[in-house]
Each structure stands twice: as structure tokens, then as C-alpha cells.
Design a protein around this ligand. Sequence first.
Ligand code: ATP
Length: 245
Amino acid sequence: MTEASLEVSGLAFAYPDGHQALFGVDFRIERGERVALLGPNGAGKTTLVLHLNGILDGGTGSVRVAGLPVDRAHMAEIRRKVGIVFQDPDDQLFMPTVREDVAFGPAAAGLKGAELQARVERALERVGMAEFQDRPPHHLSFGQRRRVAVATVLAMEPEILVLDEPSSNLDPASRRELADILRSLDVTVLMVTHDLPYALELCPRSLVLSEGVIAADGKTAELLANDELMRTHRLELPFGFDPSR
Ligand SMILES: Nc1ncnc2c1ncn2[C@@H]1O[C@H](COP(=O)(O)OP(=O)(O)OP(=O)(O)O)[C@@H](O)[C@H]1O
């Protein structure tokens, strides 16, 4: 079998207060797949995502990114390979200009001069923000800041792009533009979302995480059309939305 972009095996985890959030999670995502991670509040989605680049550890089981184990010995490489775009772009943007924010990661990884500038431009072009390099991020709209946050991660040329609620707080036009951008990238994507139409639009495959276990793994359209599965795991489509169309 070829190497998966992401392979999670038997991952179980309890927080220090004893709360068990994950109970043996198994799945693999192949290179270039776009997969949605669905599940009700408290299902363990954030807990799972924080294991992908070692922010949380101490559980049992394993996580491998492009064959590399997520452990202390490989942490620097793992952090480069797993790009997480958090829900609030302001958690990710802290430099005086867009250029410096996008350059921050690659510069810390040793890139300099023309090579660094080319990397920054390429990442900003991929999200349609190349003309905004000299702007302070706080002068951009929320949707533009989210695109720059995606660029900061793309500039690291990650193996897998993980997005936490990418469509939240976006107006319909920004939502569609971000969908077009994400579809145009040739990178593995794992997208955590409560926005089921967005999952359907972008991700051919979905995982349903519920009470710390994978309750379903399959084609997004089929999962969303399964009324019983949706009801059991408190997943609700917007009124009148038909996943088969
Ligand atoms: N630091 C913590 N200490 C103890 N329990 C925690 C901690 N963080 C989260 N939990 C618990 O772990 C479980 C999973 O939480 P998690 O945030 O991973 O869920 P989620 O699926 O991301 O939810 P949401 O959709 O609301 O973001 C919940 O029961 C939550 O209360």
C-alpha cells in the first residue's frame, strides 16, 4: 500500500481532568483527498485535530503524517507538514504586514532572500491576495484575513491542510471564493465543519466523529442523505437542502 497523507490508528485520549475525549479513532486519508470531519459539539473534533501536529499528546495509539510518526523526535518536521488554519484568523496573523505574516513560517524554517519572497508571492497568489502584501492584516476584511491565514499555512508547503470551520463568518460571496480556492489547491485537505452544504460542496468524503469514535466514513453525499445517521449524531441540514442534488 502507498503511504497515506494521514494515518490515525487506535487514537485514544483523556484530558488531565480524566475526561475521555477520544476512544480509539482509526482512519487514513490518501494524498490529495479532501475530507470533511463532521460531528456534533463536544464530539472530539478539536481534540483530534490537536493531535495531528502534536499540540496534544499523551494518549494511546498513533498518528502518522506522510509515514512520519507524530512524536517529540519528529516535531519540527511534523509542524511543517501539518498546516492548521484556525477558526479565528486573528490567532494566526500578528505581524505588521501581510508579507511578513506569510514569510514568518518559511523564514523560521531557514528560507531567505529571493527564495523567501517567491514562496510568499506564490502562497498569496494561490489565495488571490498577492496585491495585499504591504497591507497591515488588521486593515483587511474578515474574509481577506482568513485567506491570508490560509496563505501563511500554504507558504510552508504542507503535506496536509487542516481547516477549522473555514466557512464561519463569511458572507456568501467570500464563502464561494474560499471554496474555489480550496478546490484549486493540490494538497490533502481535512476540514472540520458544522456547515454540511460546504462539506458536500468541497469534500467528496466525510468522517463523522461522535462521542470520541468514528461513527461513519464514506461519501459525503451518501452520509448526508442517511437520515437516521444524521439524526443519531445531531447533524442537521439547513431547511429545504437536498443533499442528492
Ligand atoms: N481542556 C479540556 N479539559 C477537559 N475536557 C476537555 C478539554 N477540552 C475539551 N474537553 C472535552 O472533550 C470533549 C471533546 O471536545 P472537543 O473540543 O474536542 O469537541 P469538538 O467536537 O471540537 O466540539 P465543537 O464542535 O463544540 O468544537 C468535550 O466533552 C469537551 O468538553
